[in-house]
Design a protein around this ligand. Structure first.
Ligand SMILES: [Zn+2]
Ligand SMILES: [Zn+2]
Length: 639
């Protein structure tokens, strides 16, 4: 008798071994049709299996459908196979390599004599749809490793043969066949190709075999796949929107910044972009000041011996830019933390000084591959709103609560209201006693509860030196960006010799809390640009007001208006060119300036301005003083 426990706690019993599909059928014909896979637990480990998987002993089972995240994963994975199948049908001399699932979809790398064209992609996608309509069964078989190597060599798939040859020789490998196409795979897969309906091929790019530039360049085809037509369409719509909002495109159009071959992965900020930066920085500076932080600034280049103490020299050297002078080696700092410990240690500290909070707009450099750069979102040189709180273990809870409240306010001010909270707990390899971890983990979770935050726990994902909270914001397109972080650290201060005098006149190492709210300025400004589609709220906009005259006769009045608003501290520009007013309005509207003021003879005679708010909203003619009040309110409200 085999007893299978279902997710609702009920049990089904069978006289003989049964497949997942048979269990689904015994529950109902609807479920039998919807079943994509099963989730079983064997030896305490959950794993997703094919519907043809045979259950031959007691175990828990959940039927996986397309409503299940595992189901979507199976769909995406199976669609990658369908892609390879279609490519082999259309280009028989292409060789298959690997095809993993990625965020929102999948890719598959092929060896082929030339790059695939957009026309090829369209043909491949059509072939995939045709093969899916045939609804061919996906069947699994198992071969000893050497037989599998021989099999793939025999059909001319040399990359597959190479992959399998890397598997230990005593292991069996599983192969999946659909129609004429068979691929090495661990599975699981959908039961038949007809289950794959909502997919689209996105693009093709070059990728080196095994990611090594000395190897052959392969053709990587990217695709997306979803459980329903609606979800696919929503995703495509989101991508379209994202393209319109792309910060690289807007950065060019709004003349904010550029990246230059002379400094790969580093940003040249143009006047308007730098004004935006300054607006963010000045805001964050007030955040430091009003919340008990002291702003500090450490040096950019620090001696190798410091990085040896932190462990960076041994473990992170390839990612650091190094230099030397007078026979000493230095590194450009990849992080600000050690600098803050040195400032902490520059004087005798007492328990009475704690918690001591330092904040820095710390510029860091990390030598990452130039290929992984993305506009200003992924760069080699970036500045963080990097703060460190030196405290005792008893302070952790209150500090985490205060920080979380602060972060929520900052994100809301920048227009982000949805935040995802994640607590990462002790990993297997760690420093510090269990009692210390217990206390710190309780503190970060209790801080979440006191702040009214629902949070996800990811067990084992903490750093070796302490637990952490990750704060991820959701943007206008539903994309997630992890920006904020709060990391408890029992180790760094001790490693670098930071200590304070305790109440009983002994010595102790402080706990260090590493925290950033917006994270990298470069990345955050990129997110801001995309969030607002370049139409930054008045408090952030590099230019807040444009003053346009209708004819030469009002040039002096326009200049007066500019001067008066500038006196109010506003960022104002004027366009006094002898051009048609509609042309000037159109041009400045495209720059997404919050307010355009038009002045003609009437406005000049009455001391008024005709106000157009962004988005072509005509607010009418008003005295200049009224406009001053209006924009001041707008700026204060940060909307
Ligand atoms: Zn597979
Ligand atoms: Zn730090």
């Amino acid at each position: 008798m085999i007893s299978i426990e279902l997710p609702d706690g009920s049990r089904r019993e069978f006289d003989a071994p049964v497949t997942v599909a048979q269990v689904a059928a015994s529950i109902g014909s609807g479920l039998a049709k919807a079943a994509l896979a099963g989730r079983v637990t064997q030896d305490g480990q959950p794993r997703v299996v094919d519907t043809s998987f045979v259950i031959d002993r007691d175990m828990p089972l959940a039927i996986v459908t397309d409503k299940d995240a595992d189901g979507l994963e199976v769909i995406r994975h199976s669609t990658a196979h369908l892609l390879a199948y279609a490519v082999k049908e259309l280009f028989p001399d292409a060789q298959v390599t690997i095809g993993p699932v990625i965020e929102n979809g999948f890719f598959y790398d092929f060896s082929y004599k030339r790059p695939f064209t957009p026309e090829d992609l369209a043909a491949i996608e059509a072939k995939m749809a045709e093969l899916a309509r045939k609804d061919e069964k996906v069947e699994r078989r198992v071969l000893p490793r050497d037989e599998a190597v021989a099999y793939f060599k025999g059909i001319g798939e040399h990359y597959k043969a190479e992959i399998i040859a890397g598997i230990p020789s005593n292991e069996d490998v599983s192969l999946y066949r659909e129609g004429a196409f068979e691929d090495l795979c661990r599975g699981p897969h959908v039961p038949s190709t007809g289950r794959l309906k909502h997919f689209k091929l996105m693009k093709v790019a070059g990728a080196y075999w095994r990611g090594d530039h000395r190897n052959e360049m392969l053709q990587r085809i990217y695709g997306t796949a979803w459980a329903t037509k609606d979800e696919l369409q929503q995703h495509l719509h989101m991508l379209e929107e994202a393209e319109k909002r792309d910060h690289r495109k807007l950065g060019r159009e709004l003349d904010l910044f550029h990246i230059d071959e002379h400094a790969p992965g580093l940003v040249f900020w143009h006047p308007r972009g730098w004004t935006l930066w300054q607006n963010v920085e000045q805001y964050m500076r007030r955040v430091y000041r009003d919340n008990g932080y002291q702003e500090v600034k450490g040096p950019q280049i620090l001696d190798k011996s410091l990085w040896e103490k932190t462990g960076h020299w041994d473990n992170y050297r390839d990612n650091m830019f190094t230099t030397e002078s007078e026979k000493r080696e230095y590194a450009l700092k990849p992080m600000n933390c050690p600098g803050h410990v040195l400032i902490f240690s520059s004087a005798m500290r007492s328990y009475r000084d704690l918690p001591l909070r330092y904040g820095e707009f710390g510029q860091c450099h990390r030598n990452e591959p130039s290929g992984s750069m993305h506009g200003i979102m992924r760069v080699r040189g970036f500045t963080q709103d990097d703060g460190h709180i030196f405290c005792t273990e008893d302070h952790i809870l209150d500090e985490c609560v205060a920080y979380t409240t602060l972060l929520q306010k900052v994100y809301a001010d920048f227009g982000f209201t949805e935040i995802i909270y994640k607590v990462a707990t002790r990993p297997e390899h760690r420093v510090g006693s269990d009692a210390l971890w217990d206390k710190a983990e309780f503190a970060v979770m209790e801080a979440m509860r006191r702040s009214g935050c629902e949070f996800i726990v990811s067990p084992g994902d903490g750093a070796f030196y302490g637990p952490k909270i990750e704060y991820t914001l959701k943007d206008a397109l539903g994309r997630q960006w992890q920006c904020g972080t709060m990391q408890v650290d029992f180790n760094t201060a001790e490693r670098l010799g930071g200590e304070y005098v305790t109440e009983s006149s002994g010595r102790a190492h402080p706990v260090m809390l590493h925290r950033a709210i917006i994270g990298s300025f470069e990345r955050f400004i990129g997110i801001l640009i995309e969030q607002h589609a370049g139409a930054l709220p008045a408090w952030l906009a590099p230019v807040q007001v444009d003053v346009l005259n209708i004819t030469e006769a009002q040039a002096d009045y326009a200049a007066e208006v500019v001067k008066s608003l500038q006196k109010q501290g506003l960022r104002v520009e004027s366009d006094l060119r002898n051009e048609k007013i509609n042309y000037k309005i159109r041009q400045h509207s495209m720059q997404k300036v919050p307010y355009i003021l038009v002045v003609g003879d009437k406005e000049k005679a009455n001391g008024t301005v005709a106000v157009r708010a962004r988005g072509n909203r005509d607010l009418g003619v008003m005295p200049l003083a009224d406009f001053s009040t209006l924009i001041a309110k707008d700026i204060a409200a940060k909307t």
